[in-house]
Design a protein around this ligand. Sequence first.
Ligand code: ACO
Length: 428
Amino acid sequence: MAESLTITDNRTGKHYEVPIQDGAIRAIDLRQIKVAPDEFGLMTYDPAFMNTAACKSRITYIDGDRGALLYRGYPIEQLAEQSDFLETAYLILFGELPQQKQYDDWTREVTLHTMLHTNIAKLMEGFRHDAHPMGMFISTVGALSTFYPDAKEIFSPESRRLQTLRLIAKVPSIAAYAFRHSIGRPFNQPDNDLTYAGNFLSMLFRMTELKYQPSPVLERAMEVLFILHADHEQNCSTSTMRAIGSSHADPYSALTGAAAALYGPLHGGANEAVLRMLHEIGSINNIPAFIKRVKSGEGRLMGFGHRIYKSYDPRAKIIKKMADLVFDVTGKSPLLEMALELERIALEDEYFVSRRLYPNVDFYSGLIYQAMGLPVDMFPVLFAIPRTAGWIAQWEEMLNDPEQKIIRPRQIYQGYGPRNYVSRDRRP
Ligand code: ACO
């Protein structure tokens, strides 16, 4: 028997059968519940979409209680151990792991699109010397739509594939240009002999040497960080990508909005907050007093807790392991010792245990980026590079979903009813 929910309307005494499918009822099925025929019908009220599924998706699965994250069914731990970013991006975008030839073709094609038009470089040179790299990143991705007007053909699979290649290939170049601009150094051209992560490091850090040789440990660490951040289902920026894409804007414009959502401190900025918190604590001796303050409601332990994960964030586990390898190359950060001690105390403390607060992905990622020589301003940009794969995959899924339309939530209006205009000289 098909599952359904029986609703009784106390106002009329009428009963309604609302089908349950995939653990959800369709909000539109509630519209039939009305007192008068001209009444609009019952709506659901769900600020911040805490309990509303806005799409069906086959890309990323999260089990917050068990601390599991799967891309297209593959556990994040296995991908972080065995895959590289371009292969993972292929998986997220096209649904399956590539065969060898598909992998080689995909890698070659992405590599061929890494260069930026010289006018993009000029555009970026126009920013003030102290421009925030994420502001530069967002503006420049938006500007790409004027360089590739063919991107408007969003219903052409060939055009979508070309824009996908361009975006995956160019976001590290834009990110590196933004970094170089912010430190007053000339832009580095891409080196197509290097891997995706290796080339990014070269574009960030190459000085006068003719050939930059990335440290294999740092190259792999960057690759793993990219894998961990590639998608995370319907978060704020991904929902923004889908919302803008639903109006049939081109993918560069939609991705600009997604990146803007990521810029906010509640989304892409938490690892910066972790570093600031560690600096404020100052030393291991001050940790007990800090924890006491957090428990009494004065501030939060940044990098702890998650809306979905009520268990150890699986990405945090992987990053923590990698941090040791990175610090062997870069030298230990005094902040790491503090972070480890904070984690040790918090995981034993009743306050954090009872609220199921565990380290999230941001608790250690900032420390690694900082050890690699990247300033906190770059953190959201580093997040945006791999998330581009997830954003595009979700955008494409939305476009191909016959149930999707332009996004248009309803509201509960609580303002004035009709009232007459009052001339300026008669206003109270
Ligand atoms: N430190 C101390 N207490 C906390 C923390 C924390 N980091 N997080 C939650 N709590 C407490 C709350 O005070 C609340 O306690 P109460 O029930 O006594 O009032 C309880 O735990 C539940 O907290 P909520 O705010 O309801 O949890 P929510 O799911 O809304 O918040 C969030 C999740 C925003 C991530 C929160 O845990 C937080 O602010 N963490 C710190 C910031 C952070 O690390 N953000 C990064 C998230 S990961 C990402 O975006 C990539």
